[in-house]
Design a protein around this ligand. Structure first.
Ligand SMILES: Cc1ncc(COP(=O)(O)O)c(C=O)c1O
Length: 399
């Protein structure tokens, strides 16, 4: 833990809301900070696309700025973007979505923040896959809710067993969090899994909150089961997504939330009290991304697929790493042998080989023996990283 983390977590200063203690020491920052002090580091730690943003999207932002689009938009979002998102989601998932079902947010992060903090409260339980993206559990706990983890494992491609989720529902269960494709595992849930969970949740009056930021990064022409295409109405679902990963627009911070009109009306008010509105010129960039040439997406998906294939081969040749074939996003989450501390391994590997990965415990409780490897980097970098990792692993003795 560096000095900054220490101050944040150990300070006795009563000014701070004790709820802040639910925010864990950020494992990613710890690794990236250490890497920043070293030379010749290869990053397999990156959580954002390395491809440039499509030129027509950049041009739309510049045009918007030059046209004086620098004021606030309507609170739910730029009407042109709401319209484009409604058409796009209706067409892609075969479910009628109207602009009144959508709220434009500052990245998917704000959508997740609004959704979780608007429904979490003391006594309410949330079912969350373990490992999962590190925002969910702290946001639930910060507002008094409790997390019930459902562990997934590398040997099962980190698939979620829908029956296990259904069996975990009890009278305190308030919502189920899904994230397919998943960060950190790259796992895509099959339609049967999503349908079974969504249907059971609707029957029991429980919400499904679905983070779908990687919805386009799907390989091998696999069917993608968005919650939008698996629910009979929007009464018990919220879908959060963004332009960040699909169009390499992470820094432009435009996301959205789709839900029933009643839920959107409530969340609109909450949104006004958090960020007011999303960035105006970048909302125009979003319109250009949806209305313009989308061949960019197919090309980047093909690039990631080639990298995924190469990474899977290299992981399979690495001693002690148990891999699998992830079907989406740009992550693989291989397991080290049971009981090995992934945190120590990631730190030693960074110090001794200069390859930066992220330790599994950043993403939950049941995966301390795992590493998250990102392939949002070139095949050359991936190959060079494994030229260092494989001989290093050969020298380890993990029993
Ligand atoms: C699963 C998941 N959800 C949400 C986000 C945040 O997305 P955004 O940049 O749109 O806020 C990320 C970013 O890494 C992510 O991996």
């Amino acid at each position: 833990m560096n000095r900054l983390d220490f101050d944040f977590y150990e300070s006795e200063d009563p000014v701070w809301n004790p709820a802040l203690l639910t925010i864990p020491v950020p494992g990613i920052r710890k690794m990236v900070n250490l890497a920043a002090t070293m030379d010749d580091v290869i990053h397999l730690s990156i959580g954002q696309p390395d491809a440039p943003t499509p030129p027509h999207v950049i041009q739309a932002t510049i045009d918007a700025l030059q046209a004086g689009q620098t004021g606030y938009t309507m609170d739910a979002g730029l009407p042109e973007l709401l319209e484009a998102l409604a058409e796009y989601n209706t067409e892609r998932y075969g479910r009628p979505v109207s602009p009144e079902n959508i709220l434009v947010t500052t990245g998917a992060t704000e959508a997740i923040y609004l959704a979780l903090t608007a429904v979490s409260a003391p006594g309410r339980e949330f079912i969350v896959p373990d490992p999962s993206f590190m925002l969910y559990a702290p946001l639930i706990r910060m507002n008094g809710g409790e997390v019930k983890y459902i562990p997934t494992r590398a040997e099962n491609n980190h698939q979620l067993d829908p029956q296990e989720v259904i069996d975990a529902i009890d009278s305190n269960t308030h919502a189920i969090i899904l994230n397919s494709p998943s960060n950190p595992t790259g796992t895509v849930y099959p339609r049967e899994t999503v349908e079974a969970i969504v249907q059971e949740a609707a029957y029991r009056g429980i919400y499904v909150l679905s983070d779908e930021v990687y919805d386009h990064l799907i390989y091998d022409n696999l069917d993608y089961a968005s919650v939008l295409s698996c629910c009979s109405d929007l009464d018990h679902v919220m879908i959060m997504s963004s332009f960040s990963k699909t169009f390499s627009m992470a820094g432009m911070r435009i996301g959205w939330l789709i839900a029933s009109q009643g839920a959107i009306r409530k969340l609109r008010r909450y949104h006004m009290f958090t960020t007011t509105v999303a960035n105006t010129p970048c909302q125009w960039a979003g319109v250009a991304a949806l209305r313009g040439d989308r061949s960019y997406v197919a090309n980047t998906v093909e690039t990631y697929r080639k990298r995924r294939d190469r990474l899977v081969e290299l992981v399979n040749r690495t001693p002690y790493l148990e891999g699998y074939v992830p079907e989406g996003a740009f992550y693989l989450f291989p397991a080290l042998p049971e009981g090995v501390n992934g945190n120590n391994v990631a730190l030693r590997m960074l110090r001794e080989t200069g390859v930066c990965t992220i330790a599994g415990d950043t993403f939950g409780e049941s995966c301390r023996n795992a590493l998250r490897i990102s392939y949002a980097t070139s095949i050359e970098n991936i190959e060079e990283a494994f030229e260092r990792i494989i001989p290093w692993m050969e020298k380890q003795d993990f029993g």
